[in-house]
Design a protein around this ligand. Structure first.
Ligand SMILES: [Zn+2]
Length: 116
């Protein structure tokens, strides 16, 4: 499952950060997830809970911030956000190509806990 491997990756990052900063009593993990990743937050939350159920992270809450898809025109420089349904690859104003500004994010932004 897509979300299970992502949850595993997140857990690895979190465990590394905990070791590096000697964190204790972790309460919350903040994630940034772009809408282009098609991650379902509920499924990710479920998979993460499953992975940590027998560890000291079992009561940790995932806080997922969705990052909207934004593009910028390489021609006229206009920026715009858009939804999956009307995804387009050319600028609606001048027809030039578009580069992606955001929407592909998938990372741990913050881990809340106490410093050891
Ligand atoms: Zn344009």
């Amino acid at each position: 499952m897509h979300e299970l491997s992502i949850a595993q990756g997140i857990l690895e990052v979190v465990e590394e950060e905990i070791k590096r900063h000697h964190l204790r009593n972790i309460t919350k993990i903040k994630l940034k997830i772009g809408e282009l990743t098609s991650v379902v937050p509920e499924a990710l939350d479920f998979c993460f809970s499953f992975l940590v159920k027998d560890t000291e992270l079992k009561d940790v809450r995932l806080e997922i911030e969705k990052v909207p898809i934004r593009g910028r025109c390489l021609g006229c420089g206009r920026e715009f956000s858009y939804k999956d349904q009307d995804f387009y690859f050319l600028c609606p104003y001048c027809g030039s190509e578009i580069e992606l500004v955001s929407g592909k994010e998938l990372y741990v932004q913050e881990i809340e806990g106490e410093d050891g």
